[in-house]
Design a protein around this ligand. Structure first.
Ligand code: SF4
Length: 144
């Protein structure tokens, strides 16, 4: 295990520069310097013991006006699984319509975390219907 590491806290936009060092005397086993709040302490320790990230990307979608739909993991997944998760998401294809929050991949890589749609996308035919009937307000809601 790494004994000390410099890192930037990404929990808030302040981006404190942290130094995390092994400290057997503390309960967590690490000491954190440079954090301006307790969240930085938690972040620094987690980065040393079990780093995780929320993954955001896009997946293919068919029967829609767009070719891809933005998705994200509903929670943070272990950092070492990010590459494998991206590969899996690259192979996924969903069919419109998709609603925001809809599960695209359940329990990705056995993490217990689902991948969900970050926006709604309607069927191409539904878009045409709104276009033809000049329901501009509804149309705007469909494409945003
Ligand atoms: S330590 Fe606290 S104040 Fe500093 S970047 Fe992290 S969350 Fe923000």
């Amino acid at each position: 295990m790494v004994e000390a590491k410099d890192m930037v806290c990404i929990v808030c936009p302040l981006g404190c520069k942290l130094k995390v060092t092994k400290d057997n005397a503390s309960e967590a086993g690490f000491a954190v310097e440079g954090n301006k709040c307790p969240r930085g302490l938690d972040y620094g320790i987690k980065e040393m013991t079990n780093p995780t990230r929320v993954l955001t990307t896009t997946v293919k979608i068919t029967h829609a006006a767009l070719n891809r739909i933005p998705v994200r993991t509903k929670g943070a997944i272990p950092k070492p699984l990010i590459f494998q998760a991206m590969k899996l998401m690259n192979e996924v294809e969903v069919k419109a319509p998709v609603k925001v929050g809809q599960v695209v991949i359940k329990n990705i890589l056995g993490t217990g975390i689902d991948v969900i749609a970050s926006r709604s996308i309607y069927k191409k035919a539904e878009l045409n219907h709104y276009f033809c009937h000049s329901q501009r307000k509804d149309f705007a809601e469909l494409i945003i």
